[in-house]
Design a protein around this ligand. Sequence first.
Ligand code: FES
Ligand code: FES
Length: 154
Amino acid sequence: MRLRLSKQFSFVLNGEAVTVTCPPAYTLLEVLRHVLHLTGTKDGCSSGDCGACTVLLDGRPVHSCLTLISQVEGRNVVTVEGIGENVPKCYAEEGAVQCGYCIPGFVVTTAAFLEENPSPTEDEIRDALRGNLCRCTGYVKIVNAVKKAAGGIG
Ligand code: FES
Ligand code: FES
């Protein structure tokens, strides 16, 4: 029988201190969705290939499906629920959301990217989003949403 001893882990989540009790082998994605029931962050592949699970860890985008909860101890996590209104609003206004499953990951990646590069070119936007996959769209509306969020449209 595999022993799964639980431990306590504390970190800051969307500006609030949280402590969870779970096995150290849990990923941040498992903790967010199944321990904290914060389901905005999606599980698209569980293997680092799709970007649906992207969150910010100390301000940098990471795949929460590949991040162990033990790596998060004492650090700062921001999920799509804590990312602010501008980027999600621009995705909605540009019609970039179809089934929507990939969108939380795109929104988090976009917010982090625009923080570093507030006036990006289209090539820079496409490069920044290359780790996020969407099965529904041709990416045109997604790119337009990022331009709008950057103040590039309208
Ligand atoms: S669920 Fe993490 S990259 Fe796909
Ligand atoms: S909107 Fe459906 S996967 Fe992107």
